[in-house]
Design a protein around this ligand. Structure first.
Ligand code: LLP
Length: 437
């Protein structure tokens, strides 16, 4: 992909998504469950851009929503209500009511209190609710503590005993229809064994419920499949599916999964340009125009995103996206040790001589960095960097901190690029507070 031209055309900072890659990932997941009835529900929180959702919806994807806003996004792009599920630990009355009226496939409940609340709302609307209960199987997903969700100490779901009680209650209720069972033990998982353990625990409960004539039809395994940011082990999709299927042998259920990162993560890059280089008492900083408000994962989780040097600038005017730039094509960090003279010095970036630096943004926080302690060649104003694997939890977690307008988003499909979110303007940013008191 020609990141250089895209940066020139749309400016930076910029998110670029490869829709062919999104499509490939969606199909791979769908195919691995082909032998069974299955529903892939993309987790909107990972990337909520409407064009991304529309593209996935057209491929046949369903959606996992965690707020009325996400639910409305799904409906806005024409998603089928019978392919939408609604999860989340703290749904409000208005959200539950909207979900019920929208006739979505499943409302995933996460507490007894929420179940009783939904029952009352369903009674008021005289519309029984199709529900699923999020079971916390108490398995360690072995991921970052902030994105681990399947242990008793986490706020999510209910334990097996409570779930059992809730199902028995729901079965007797005129306004609750328990048809699903759900778990999600964490995100960025690199090993299938915690998922298999969880699937076994939850499928055992499902069998018990069937014996009580509670007819669970949907087995929702959540999301969580990790991607390779650095050198992580990667889950083999076939093994993942087999591990889940093994626990379901003899059971006729539809498998639901809620992938976010797996579908969109590796399909996106975040493009940012170098503003300055500086040394503070011997410590080197590369200051770029993207910041933690655009991509918060490094600051929040200490997450690693590989950096690719796309090209050197030649007197580029940073304020004008169309300013001229030498396009050097893609050059990965691994080329820095190449011995070929041309490789060592391309367009002013001497790739052979690298040194450690932090890549930081303009925000007034020491925690504002995109990478720490990485080895990069000497860079100049206007040089373009691609922060890799930024398609999930990138733009969707961005903010206006420091009154920075949010980045633009671009989709590339079959070689054609299209702006799918305009760069935010200052007027748009202040629109809701313009009436001064
Ligand atoms: N289903 C449920 C109920 C979830 O809570 C999540 C993610 C997913 C599905 C999708 O998980 P995925 O397939 O993307 O791993 N901001 C963090 C990730 C937070 C994940 C929250 N829940 C990050 O940037 O790593």
């Amino acid at each position: 992909m020609d990141y250089s031209s895209l940066a020139r055309k749309y400016g930076t900072p910029l998110y670029v998504y490869d829709f062919n890659e999104i499509q490939k990932n969606f199909i791979a997941l769908k195919e691995v469950f082909a032998a069974r009835k299955s529903l892939v529900c993309f987790a909107i929180k990972a990337n909520s851009n409407l064009s991304v959702l529309k593209f996935l919806s057209d491929l046949g994807s369903g959606f996992d929503c965690v707020s009325i806003g996400e639910l409305r996004r799904a409906l806005y792009v024409g998603a089928k209500s019978y392919k939408i599920i609604f999860s989340g630990v703290g749904k409000q009355d208005g959200e539950l009511e909207f979900a019920l009226k929208s006739d979505i496939l499943l409302i995933n409940l996460e507490s007894e209190a929420e179940m009783l609340r939904l029952e009352r709302i369903a009674q008021k609307l005289n519309k029984p609710a199709r529900i699923s209960i999020r079971v916390n199987p108490n398995v360690d997903a072995k991921t970052h503590p902030y994105i681990s969700t399947g242990l008793n100490e986490n706020k999510f779901g209910v334990n097996i005993e409570t779930a059992r009680k809730m199902y028995i209650y729901a079965k007797k209720s005129k306004f609750l229809n328990p048809v699903g069972i759900h778990f999600h033990i964490g995100s960025q998982l690199t090993d299938i064994s915690p998922i298999c353990d969880a699937a076994k625990i939850v499928s055992d409960l499902l069998r018990e419920l069937r014996a009580l004539e509670i007819d669970i039809k949907f087995f929702d395994v959540g999301g969580g499949i990790g991607i390779r940011y650095e050198d992580e082990k990667q889950i083999v999709l076939y093994d993942y599916a087999q591990g889940i299927l093994k626990s379901l042998s003899g059971l006729d259920v539809t498998i639901v999964c809620e992938p976010g990162r797996f579908i969109a993560g590796a399909a996106g890059v975040f493009l940012t340009r170098v503003l300055y280089e500086k040394q503070n008492c011997g410590k080197r900083f590369v200051i770029v125009d993207g910041a933690m408000n655009d991509l918060i994962r490094p600051s929040l989780y200490g997450a690693h995103h590989a950096i690719e040097i796309i090209g050197a600038s030649e007197g580029i005017n940073l304020n004008e996206p169309d300013a001229s730039e030498v396009n050097l094509g893609s050059r990965g960090e691994d080329q820095t040790s190449g011995s070929d003279a041309d490789q060592k010095n391309l367009g002013g970036v001497n790739l052979a001589e690298t040194s450690l630096c932090d890549v930081v943004g303009p925000i007034c926080e020491s925690g504002d960095f995109l990478a720490k302690g990485v080895s990069l060649p000497s860079l100049q104003s206007g040089d373009l960097l691609a922060i890799k694997s930024a398609g999930a939890y990138g733009f969707s977690m961005s903010s206006n901190y420091n009154t920075r307008c949010r980045a633009a988003e671009v989709a590339v499909y079959d070689g054609q690029d299209r702006l799918i979110r305009k760069r935010e303007s200052f007027d748009e940013l202040i629109a809701l507070e313009k009436d001064l008191v």
